[in-house]
Design a protein around this ligand. Sequence first.
Ligand SMILES: *[C@@H]1O[C@H](CO)[C@@H](O)[C@H](O)[C@H]1NC(C)=O
Ligand SMILES: *[C@@H]1O[C@H](CO)[C@@H](O)[C@H](O)[C@H]1NC(C)=O
Ligand SMILES: *[C@@H]1O[C@H](CO)[C@@H](O)[C@H](O)[C@H]1NC(C)=O
Ligand SMILES: *[C@@H]1O[C@H](CO)[C@@H](O)[C@H](O)[C@H]1NC(C)=O
Ligand SMILES: *[C@@H]1O[C@H](CO)[C@@H](O)[C@H](O)[C@H]1NC(C)=O
Ligand SMILES: *[C@@H]1O[C@H](CO)[C@@H](O)[C@H](O)[C@H]1NC(C)=O
Ligand SMILES: *[C@@H]1O[C@H](CO)[C@@H](O)[C@H](O)[C@H]1NC(C)=O
Ligand SMILES: *[C@@H]1O[C@H](CO)[C@@H](O)[C@H](O)[C@H]1NC(C)=O
Ligand SMILES: *[C@@H]1O[C@H](CO)[C@@H](O)[C@H](O)[C@H]1NC(C)=O
Ligand SMILES: *[C@@H]1O[C@H](CO)[C@@H](O)[C@H](O)[C@H]1NC(C)=O
Ligand SMILES: *[C@@H]1O[C@H](CO)[C@@H](O)[C@H](O)[C@H]1NC(C)=O
Ligand SMILES: [Zn+2]
Length: 317
Amino acid sequence: MKLIVVAALAVCALVPCVDASSSRTTTVAWCYNEPACNSSTWSTLFPLYCNGSRQSPINIMSANATANASLTAFGFQNFNNKSAMTTVQNIDNTVRVTLGSGVQISGGGLSGAYDTLQFHFHWGNGSSVPGSEHTVDGKRYAMEMHIVSTKLTYNRNITLATQDPTGVAALGFFIEPMSGNATNSPASWSNLTSYLSNITTEGSIVSVAPGISLDDLLVGVDRTKYYRYLGSLTTPNCNEAVVWTVFKQSIKVSSDLINLFSTTVQFANSTLPMTNLFRSLQPAQPVTTQPASSAATVHCSVALVALVALGLALIRG
Ligand SMILES: *[C@@H]1O[C@H](CO)[C@@H](O)[C@H](O)[C@H]1NC(C)=O
Ligand SMILES: *[C@@H]1O[C@H](CO)[C@@H](O)[C@H](O)[C@H]1NC(C)=O
Ligand SMILES: *[C@@H]1O[C@H](CO)[C@@H](O)[C@H](O)[C@H]1NC(C)=O
Ligand SMILES: *[C@@H]1O[C@H](CO)[C@@H](O)[C@H](O)[C@H]1NC(C)=O
Ligand SMILES: *[C@@H]1O[C@H](CO)[C@@H](O)[C@H](O)[C@H]1NC(C)=O
Ligand SMILES: *[C@@H]1O[C@H](CO)[C@@H](O)[C@H](O)[C@H]1NC(C)=O
Ligand SMILES: *[C@@H]1O[C@H](CO)[C@@H](O)[C@H](O)[C@H]1NC(C)=O
Ligand SMILES: *[C@@H]1O[C@H](CO)[C@@H](O)[C@H](O)[C@H]1NC(C)=O
Ligand SMILES: *[C@@H]1O[C@H](CO)[C@@H](O)[C@H](O)[C@H]1NC(C)=O
Ligand SMILES: *[C@@H]1O[C@H](CO)[C@@H](O)[C@H](O)[C@H]1NC(C)=O
Ligand SMILES: *[C@@H]1O[C@H](CO)[C@@H](O)[C@H](O)[C@H]1NC(C)=O
Ligand SMILES: [Zn+2]
């Protein structure tokens, strides 16, 4: 412990160490919307760990994702539980929904089971100004939902989990506007977003009535198709403790509901709408994904049929 303090002081003496001690607390302000604390400043204000070398989010280049057959299906425990969501709150520059105990994930190439603690959102400014954190081949989606889980061993203690390079498992789901003129759908998202008007100011919190499950929110996504890489929390202190899973397919939500996020809730210390809450892209990391076996099989059989057809045509000709 002493050694660490001495080392920290030595570093402070050498470089302008703006706020080394405060980087260990969460009381210091970080933000998205002011020049003094926006995400461009984090690597200086929170050099431990925002200036690290496996930072998130990243742009995922799909063509660079290498195959790993260990990236199997997940087990989702209690994702169908319609009373697992306990509260929704305006906190830490986002909208966060807290989950009761018993929600877990496993499989998916993870080393074991993880307790799922909460989910929260990142967005831009309505459905037309995208604000996902990860991008795929340069495409930024309207919103991104992060489901945060910690290794079972840590008994839901996030402080302990963020000290382990694989202590946190984060699931990223992209959210895109539905095509067509649908409004107020899906029903699960209509229900969830109805709470936004109760948490307009920072620190406000309301209970979630039973009725919607995580499965209800994750509609239409094939959860066996995803990208995997090792990264960090995307907010200070940016701990490099996260096994990232970014799903390829997006959740489709009607534009009017997406718009509610940026028109209803407000940032801390202001009456400004909460907008553009995503960290800027960090340097690329090695990304893996499922082998393209099933797709290859389809292509092969299509090719085979074509060859047989060609053969028949030649014989007849
Ligand atoms: C909001 O104001 C309080 C009190 O002035 C301050 O402690 C806090 O850091 C501020 N938060 C942000 C995000 O600016
Ligand atoms: C942070 O604010 C500075 C100064 O206005 C600006 O140049 C920079 O682009 C901002 N960074 C982000 C990520 O918004
Ligand atoms: C961030 O890391 C880079 C490379 O390791 C280093 O050159 C730079 O001084 C660091 N910046 C801060 C604010 O610690
Ligand atoms: C991804 O591929 C591009 C070209 O296809 C290459 O320039 C780049 O270095 C690769 N990035 C990584 C992280 O492998
Ligand atoms: C659903 O979740 C709630 C809150 O965590 C829990 O009390 C309840 O036992 C769970 N229901 C089932 C069937 O596991
Ligand atoms: C493949 O995934 C497994 C499970 O996550 C991991 O242990 C292994 O290191 C990965 N292999 C490669 C080459 O990335
Ligand atoms: C967000 O969009 C609204 C409506 O188009 C606009 O008035 C507002 O200035 C935008 N906010 C930001 C931060 O771009
Ligand atoms: C998490 O663990 C740390 C270290 O053991 C401990 O100081 C802290 O009180 C724990 N937090 C909670 C919420 O239990
Ligand atoms: C959406 O509404 C417009 C105007 O009412 C209409 O012309 C169009 O056909 C609708 N599109 C769909 C997909 O329903
Ligand atoms: C949320 O606010 C609405 C009015 O906008 C009110 O009717 C409702 O009771 C509030 N719900 C909770 C859980 O506080
Ligand atoms: C959300 O679903 C619950 C349970 O079905 C129901 O009690 C509540 O009225 C719904 N809220 C809205 C705004 O649809
Ligand atoms: Zn997040």
